[in-house]
Every structure is written in structure tokens, then in C-alpha cells.
Design a protein around this ligand. Structure first.
Ligand code: ZN
Ligand code: ZN
Length: 315
């Protein structure tokens, strides 16, 4: 089968064997989304080798759970050991021995087929299109913020970064009814968010520090510094960007202003699917373009261009 893989620090379209993992389900990929993490992995982040991709919707071809066969599904990306305390509590997201689809120790979704345990798969409701369902993973990641901090209607919240993730996060946080501002550099992107009812500001235009929460989703190393400019004393910064390399930071600004810094990664798929089913968010405007898997290298190059929205792969 065709697979888009990182091998010897190179991104390649390969002819690879169909994955076969004992006791797991086999899913035929229908659509997959390219995210910043994939681009960073192709640049060396996470030291990953193998098939890229963790955002997908597909059809189950084989599964130990026969009721899943033929169903359209999305899949939780973390696969735990099944034995540790976290796994026994049904939360493998921080299992020390976990693998993660297309990120850690497990081939991903930029291929004709992928393998995941049947317990990771969730059936997609019929009313949710492929082009919406493919956003389940990043939408769940955005919703994770609301599990980590309590955002109330009285709070002032800033999202830094008008790219794919910032767009998604601001649509989710807008649902809390708080005083939300999306801060970014690109007029067209800010306009896109404004059309979804989100208040926006150009980077540098918001002077007074004073946001209760700042979500850093810029995807770049300068984002944390910007977040520190915007946060009020004793406020909380939620970090969402993952990238290759380290950030130089004046940590005394965190100390003096008693700022909390919270890392935020994966969320729950169930919540994301319910939100998509209810029509509570419309993610279709975030799609830039669809490519065939066979044109995956071209798709990755386009997705890596600064300012590109969600690039999708189809099988
Ligand atoms: Zn992603
Ligand atoms: Zn475990």
C-alpha cells in the first residue's frame, strides 16, 4: 500500500506492507488531516520514524469487535500498555509505555490502511461529514483546555495564533460565552475567525496586559513571549504549540507575575464527536485543499507553507 513515511530524516512516499498488529482493528483510511505536528515530525521533532498522520476518518475492514466492521470511525491516537494505573482508569494519554498513532512507536494514518486497537475507535454519527469528522482529534485537543481550566463568562481570554489550531480553539472557547479575542498576524485569517463570530485583534494592537487566560497556539517559538505580554498577574497561560527545538525565556516574568503555565495536549474524542454532531462548530471553512495520498509529498509541502489552513489527504 502507499504510505507517507519519515525514514532516515526524509519524507518519502513508499510502497509498504499493510499493517498487521495482533488483536487490533484494520482501518481503511478515507480522509486524513495534516497538522503542524506532522510537519514538525518531518523536521525531526519527536524522533519519529514510520508512517506519519494521526488525524483521520476511515472504515473498519477487520476488527476483533465484529460490530465495528464496515463502520465509519475516527480513532483515539494514544495506545497504552493496558496495565498501569492510568490505563486501568481508561486514560492512556500519559501511560509511560504508550504508543501514539504516527507520533510515537506506531505507524500512522497517511497510508491506505492503519491499525489501532478496537477500543480506540469511535463510530462517526451519519450527520457528521468526512470533512468535519477528520477534525475530531484537533477538536478534542482544543476541548481539552476546558477540562484543564475553568473558563467562565466573566473571564477575558486571548488565543495567540490565527492558524489552524488557533482557529479551532477560538471557536471552542467562544462557546463558553467569555470575552474572547483571537490575536494573530494575518488579516485574512482574522477575518475568517470574525466570520465565525470571534472578536479578533492584530498582534501588537492589544496593549493593556490583563487577560485571565492566554492560550498559546502560534506554533512558533515566539508565542510564549507574546503570551507573557498579554497575561495578567496570577493569570494562566495554556501552551498548545509543539515544535522542534527549545525556547529561550525570561522565566522571572513568570515568577514575578505569579503566572501559571499549563501544558495541554490530547482531549477526549467522545466530547468532540458530540459537538460535531450537534452542529455546535462548523469546521468546513478551515479546509484549504484536498490531495490524493499519492500526491502526499506535494500536500505536505503545501501544508508547511506559512498561513496554510487544513490540508487533507484522501485515499
Ligand atoms: Zn494533530
Ligand atoms: Zn499504561
Amino acid at each position: 500500500m502507499k504510505a507517507l513515511r519519515v525514514e532516515d530524516n526524509n519524507l518519502k512516499l513508499t510502497d509498504s506492507p499493510v499493517p498487521c498488529r495482533e488483536g487490533e482493528a484494520l482501518v481503511r483510511m478515507m480522509m486524513a488531516g495534516i497538522c503542524n505536528t506532522d510537519i514538525e515530525i518531518a523536521r525531526g521533532y519527536a524522533d519519529f520514524r514510520g508512517t506519519l498522520g494521526h488525524e483521520f476518518v476511515g472504515v473498519v475492514e477487520e476488527s476483533p469487535d465484529k460490530s465495528q466492521i464496515g463502520r465509519r470511525v475516527v480513532g483515539e491516537i494514544n495506545v497504552g500498555c493496558g496495565q498501569c494505573g492510568l490505563c486501568r482508569e481508561n486514560d492512556p494519554r500519559h501511560c509511560p509505555d504508550r504508543t501514539a498513532l504516527g507520533i510515537r512507536g506506531r505507524d500512522g494514518a497517511f497510508a491506505e490502511y492503519l491499525s489501532l486497537p478496537s477500543r480506540n475507535l469511535l463510530v462517526v454519527p451519519d450527520v457528521v461529514s468526512d470533512r468535519q469528522a477528520v477534525f475530531t482529534e484537533p477538536l478534542a485537543a482544543a476541548l481539552a483546555i476546558l477540562d484543564q481550566v475553568e473558563i467562565r463568562a466573566s473571564h477575558r481570554v486571548a488565543v495567540v495564533g490565527d492558524g489552524k489550531l488557533g482557529q479551532l480553539i477560538s471557536r471552542v472557547i467562544a462557546g463558553t460565552g467569555c470575552d474572547l479575542t483571537l490575536i494573530g498576524k494575518h488579516d485574512a485569517k482574522l477575518e475568517l475567525a470574525a466570520r465565525a463570530g470571534v472578536k479578533t485583534a492584530k498582534l501588537g494592537a492589544t496593549k493593556a496586559p490583563g487577560f485571565d487566560f492566554v492560550v498559546e497556539a502560534s506554533g512558533s517559538s515566539g508565542g510564549m513571549e507574546i503570551a507573557l505580554d498579554l497575561i495578567r498577574p496570577r493569570g494562566a497561560i495554556i501552551l498548545k504549540s509543539t515544535f522542534r527545538g527549545a525556547v529561550r525565556l525570561d522565566t522571572s516574568r513568570i515568577v514575578v507575575n505569579e503566572v501559571s503555565v499549563i501544558g495541554s495536549r490530547c482531549g477526549r474524542f467522545e466530547t468532540a464527536l458530540r459537538l460535531l454532531e450537534s452542529g455546535g462548530v462548523d469546521l468546513e471553512p478551515l479546509v484549504a485543499r484536498e490531495y490524493k495520498l499519492a500526491d502526499g509529498l506535494e500536500a505536505m509541502a503545501e501544508a508547511a507553507r506559512p498561513g496554510t489552513l487544513k490540508v487533507l489527504l484522501t485515499n
